[in-house]
Design a protein around this ligand. Structure first.
Ligand code: NAP
Length: 409
């Protein structure tokens, strides 16, 4: 096991405001990041903010933060962005290539908060440019974890885990005692269907799946939480961040979301991390690391929280967890397929075109089919990662079309 910041060469040495860029600034993690930065205005200078298409929201953020450049991935949103920034002196750009270019502008830290595999190329560009990464976009590691780590180590940048469970492990991990770690545990709320039977789940609606009990998040990760694929992706994320094998990473369902993760050492000690379920807490930790800054966030009141409970996840009702472990055992090509197929299946579910239980079934089918087409392929470059990603998407669409035809009789 190792600390994910062991190769950071920049952040310990800086003086003056930390220069940052925020990729995915209009999203749930993005806007929480904006909030933290606004609370600690003097501590940060913002270079770049990006979004997919919500130009007006992005322009408002750029103006509030005094960013130098705002970029939308969608070229059709360029006109609206230019208009909304008019007179502000902030530059505007558009298109996926412009996002990658912007991510590579020299800064100390890039907050990677784009959702999905779309974040991989910009985040790798930021690494190549020498920025430390505050990583929310776990799909980067699921798509190409070995490549990601290899490039981060070669360039000498650190990866700070924004995901609350991984930030918890990061904080509970004594870097000098990493070799004395026995196991790590990440917790899961269990999502809205924690107590539902499979029969009930077969009738779960989109509105029910989008109703997360504890966290307010973007739509994709909210559905991933309902299927518990999010925890599967997080097992893979933990493996790459901390260089620890799948069979030493445990998942515990903890509906109160107070304990986010813990590290068990070989002497029997267990160090747990607690906090209110608010992403501004891990974000503030990553933005200021290795210092801490004062941020107005909900405070944990254990007397109010009352009883804390923990239970093992039910792998029959939540098969995504096992699919993720199976993919992790098979290698980067398989986790890449898992991610791509899951992104497609979640999109179809969000569009009302497949049922909740079809999500995991689609991912499993894509994984099975991919063994014959890309099984064992190396994910040694961004091009290879994107090729396998495209195959995962194709296989997922094919599976959904086939199941649709079967149902139609
Ligand atoms: N939300 C949480 O509490 C949380 C916690 C831990 C980890 N994470 C992880 O953090 C990442 C972001 O999650 P989120 O919930 O913040 O997502 P979100 O609310 O959906 O926000 C996604 C952000 O990415 C932008 N974006 C979407 N597609 C893009 C593309 N193809 N190219 C460039 N930008 C694109 C969006 O722009 P528009 O606004 O213009 O669409 C938005 O700024 C995910 O990987 C998630 O797993 C989230």
């Amino acid at each position: 096991m190792r600390s994910p910041v062991s190769s950071s060469r920049a952040m310990r040495a800086e003086a003056g405001p930390r220069r940052i860029s925020i990729l995915g600034a209009t999203g749930s993690v993005g806007t929480s990041t904006v909030d933290v930065v606004l609370q600690q205005r003097a501590a940060f200078e913002v270079e770049v903010v990006t979004a997919q298409s919500r130009a007006d929201e992005l322009a408002a953020i750029a103006i509030r933060l005094g960013a130098k450049l705002a970029v939308v991935a969608d070229p059709d949103a360029h006109g609206a962005l230019v208009a909304a920034l008019s007179g502000s002196g902030i530059a505007a750009a558009a298109g996926p290539a412009a996002i990658i270019e912007a991510a590579a502008r020299p800064v100390d830290l890039v907050v990677a908060a784009i959702v999905g595999a779309a974040g991989l190329a910009p985040t790798l560009a930021a690494i190549e440019a020498g920025a430390d990464i505050a990583l929310a976009n776990k799909e980067c590691l699921v798509c190409a974890g070995t490549l990601f780590n290899r490039r981060a180590a070669a360039v000498g940048v650190g990866v700070l885990p924004v995901d609350s469970e991984h930030d918890a492990i990061f904080q509970a991990l004594e870097a000098e005692n990493a070799s004395a770690v026995d196991r790590i545990t990440i917790t899961a709320s269990g999502g809205p269907f924690r107590t539902w039977t499979l029969e009930q789940m077969s009738r779960a609606t989109l509105a029910q799946a989008l109703k997360h009990p504890n966290w307010t998040m973007g739509r994709k990760i909210t559905i991933d939480s309902a299927t518990m694929m999010n925890k599967g992706l997080e097992i893979i994320e933990a493996h790459h961040l901390f260089d620890i094998e799948s069979d030493r990473i445990d998942v515990l369902v903890h509906p109160q979301s107070v304990v986010h993760g813990f590290v068990a050492y070989t002497d029997g000690s267990v160090i747990a991390h607690m906090g209110a379920p608010d992403m501004r807490i891990p974000i503030a930790h990553c933005l200021a690391w290795p210092k801490r800054v004062a941020v107005a966030t909900p405070r944990l009141d254990l007397a109010l929280a009352g009883t804390l409970t923990f239970e093992k996840p039910d792998l029959e009702r939540f098969p995504s967890l096992q699919l993720a472990r199976r993919a992790l055992e098979s290698g980067n090509w398989a986790t890449n397929i898992l991610n791509a197929a899951n992104e497609v299946a979640v999109q179809y579910f969000l569009a009302g075109e497949i049922d909740y239980l079809d999500i995991a079934a689609t991912v499993e089918s894509a994984l099975d089919l991919a063994t014959a087409t890309v099984g064992g392929a190396e994910v040694g470059s961004i091009e290879a990662a994107l090729t396998i990603d495209a195959e995962g998407r194709r296989l997922a669409r094919e599976t959904i079309a086939r199941r649709g035809r079967l149902r139609a009789g």
